[in-house]
Ligand binder design. Structure first.
Ligand code: PHE
Length: 339
């Protein structure tokens, strides 16, 4: 028994010191102290000894167990420290590496374009008004000289909320609110969200317009053309020309569609202008005296002009964007380009 105990102790001393990692040390622990281990086997042999010798050898085997345990624990601590140092050594932190990229937000391109239009026109005396998105039939149609059953209502695919309430189909009702509430001279801009029952790559059921209204004495078509030409040059570039085509709107007379020479190809012809060299940006005209009658402004004393541009259209033309749906799809790569 004594020989066996001495042998195991010296074997343990030797093997435990030579062990190279915690995994191999664990295997040794099993070898000596595990259920099938050497020390346990020795314990089992106690039974073969005479009864009076058992306590003495029992104590000695326990002492052996304790010694081997301590040897293993000490070696474990040492190995752990060694392994930690190795890990620290191999996983050096590089404090000069850039941190994770956080996407930065930016103004939406439509907000930027709206702000730019407002800024350009406020330089020549326009100031901003707004109105409700749900309008009474009167403001969206009647007072703009679009009576019920008038074919012009078909031009605007209307979302009806009730028989008498609509989602505004244009920003022109803000003309009516302003003329009801303010006395001329009037010089206002009204940007806002409008709704039409229409959807494809160049039409969205919800889009933005910006309306301009001037009411003053001796206002003529020349003032309208001068203002729009100035605006187009400031917004798209000095070399961009403006063209007016006769048109019809019930609330203006005469009326004109506004085109500008294509800022993308400079009038040579491209996809944006469908090879015509010109792109349409909106409608315009002199305020129809019938509208002045509705809002009780004396049309003998006052004249006016108005125009309404599509903000998405202006952004698409300015930046060569070919699908209106991109504005609402929230693609970071698209939005980032306008930072
Ligand atoms: N409200 C018209 C539209 O949406 C545009 C317009 C505004 C035309 C002002 C003339 C004057 O089609």
């Amino acid at each position: 028994m004594k020989q066996k105990i001495d042998e195991l102790l010296s074997q343990a001393n030797e093997k435990i010191k030579m062990v190279a990692d915690t995994k191999a040390l664990y295997d040794l622990k099993v070898f000596f102290l595990g259920k099938q281990g050497e020390v346990t086997a020795l314990m089992k042999e106690l039974g073969k000894l005479p009864k009076e010798e058992r306590p003495e050898w029992g104590q000695k085997i326990n002492a052996l167990k304790k010694q081997i345990s301590e040897l293993i624990d000490n070696q474990h601590k040492e190995l752990e420290l060694k392994e930690l140092n190795q890990q620290i050594e191999s996983e050096k932190l590089d404090l000069t590496l850039p941190g994770p990229q956080i996407e930065q937000g930016s103004r939406h391109p439509l907000s930027k374009v709206t702000e730019e239009i407002v800024e350009i026109l406020s330089r020549i005396g326009f100031s901003v008004r707004s109105g409700p998105m749900i309008e009474k039939d009167w403001y969206n149609f009647e007072a703009l000289n679009i009576p019920k059953d008038h074919p012009a209502r078909d031009m605007q695919d209307t979302f009806y909320i009730t028989e008498d309430h609509v989602l505004r189909t244009h920003t022109s009702p803000i003309q009516i609110h302003t003329m009801e509430n303010e006395k001329p001279p009037i010089r206002i801009l009204a940007p806002g969200s409008v709704f039409r029952c229409d959807s494809d790559i160049s039409h969205s059921p919800n889009f933005y317009q910006i309306e301009a209204l001037v009411v003053d004495q001796k206002v003529s078509m020349a003032d309208l053309k001068g203002t729009i030409s100035y605006f187009v040059k400031e917004f798209f570039g000095e070399e961009i020309k403006t063209r007016f085509r006769p048109s019809f709107f019930p609330f203006t007379e005469p009326s004109a569609e506004v085109d500008c020479s294509c800022p993308i190809c400079k009038g040579k012809g491209c996809r944006t202008c469908k090879d015509t060299g010109w792109v349409e940006i909106g409608g315009s005209g002199l305020v129809n005296p019938k509208v002045f009658d509705y809002v009780k402004i004396d049309s003998k004393q006052w004249q006016g002009y108005a125009f309404g541009f599509g903000i998405e259209r202006m952004a698409m033309i300015k930046y060569g964007i070919d699908d209106i749906r991109l504005f609402n799809e929230n693609h970071i790569d698209f939005l980032k380009q306008f930072q």
